[in-house]
Design a protein around this ligand. Structure first.
Ligand SMILES: Nc1ncnc2c1ncn2[C@@H]1O[C@H](COP(=O)(O)OP(=O)(O)OP(=O)(O)O)[C@@H](O)[C@H]1O
Ligand SMILES: [Mg+2]
Length: 263
């Protein structure tokens, strides 16, 4: 009984330690993309300012008809929503929240993190392609942790593409159904046309503190793998046939609860 108790405590401690580390690296990631985040908030704020001025002008010159003003106001509301959604994501990712399993839509996870890197993608001339089938099954997982995985993979891809010629910078995010050992998963693949991976680097990528970046800590992929495996999935890297690398991970599909049989 004591053994079992110790084992449980060890598991719990490990889980807490991982969550702690995941939080620390998440905050550091936020630090890396502050200019992108600032831009994603400033842009709608600037638009709101312009719309507001336009509205005032319409009212002052008396040339306004109400439907016109309503249009401008709804544009203001949209932009305010956009800025506020970014702030909500940043707060959620920066906060220390205990892990919690929920039913999630992979497409929502992608939509959540894209605004945080959109400016970075534009700045580096990276063409983004997403292929997220809308009728994919829901998955079970911790929203913040899974967004952290996606964000890390996307930032790694962006880094890998900074060093290649601008006209070949392409990022793709795809999700599809996947079966492994007869269990249903959703497979998410982040693929880039960056510098790619040497075969001898493949086994090292997921080791803690393995980095080829002057500013890197080498914790990103180690954390990603811990998170994904904590969810019962797998994370692995492959070299693309032509250029670049693909990182893909699986997350278990949320199984339908069977209605109680009346038999
Ligand atoms: N998409 C990719 N293309 C090519 N190499 C990659 C890619 N993703 C990761 N790597 C290699 O794997 C190394 C480890 O990545 P990891 O995310 O663990 O750490 P990092 O990005 O260097 O630092 P950080 O702790 O800030 O994430 C990188 O330094 C890079 O050499
Ligand atoms: Mg990284």
């Amino acid at each position: 009984v004591t053994d079992l108790h110790d084992w449980r405590q060890a598991q719990e401690a490990l889980r807490l330690k991982d969550a702690e580390l995941a939080h620390t690296t998440r905050v550091m990631t936020m630090g890396e993309i502050t200019s992108s985040i600032a831009h994603e908030i400033n842009q709608p704020l600037g638009a709101i300012l312009n719309y507001g001025r336009a509205c005032l002008r319409l009212i002052k010159t008396g040339s306004a008809d109400l439907t016109e003003i309503a249009d401008v106001l709804s544009a203001i509301v949209n932009d305010a929503d956009r800025a506020s959604a970014v702030i909500t994501r940043v707060r959620a990712l920066s906060k220390k929240t205990p892990p919690g399993i929920a039913t999630l839509q992979v497409s929502d996870l992608v939509t959540d993190i894209l605004p945080l890197v959109r400016y970075e993608l534009t700045k580096w001339g990276i063409v983004l392609k997403t292929d997220l089938s809308p009728d994919l099954s829901s998955v079970m997982g911790d929203r913040i942790q899974l967004e952290q995985v996606l964000l890390n993979l996307v930032i790694n891809s962006i880094d890998a593409m900074k060093k290649v010629s601008e006209d070949r910078r392409r990022l793709s995010i795809e999700a599809r159904s996947h079966v492994s050992e007869e269990k249903p998963f959703i497979l998410i693949a982040v693929s880039d046309s960056g510098v790619g991976l040497e075969p001898e680097d493949l086994p090292k990528l997921f080791e803690a503190f393995y980095t080829t970046k002057p500013e890197g800590m080498g914790m990103g992929l180690a954390i990603c793998r811990t998170i994904v495996e904590g969810h019962g999935g797998r994370l692995w890297a492959t070299r693309n046939g032509d250029v670049g690398a693909t990182f893909q991970f699986t997350v278990p599909v949320r199984l339908e609860e069977h209605p109680p049989s009346s038999g």
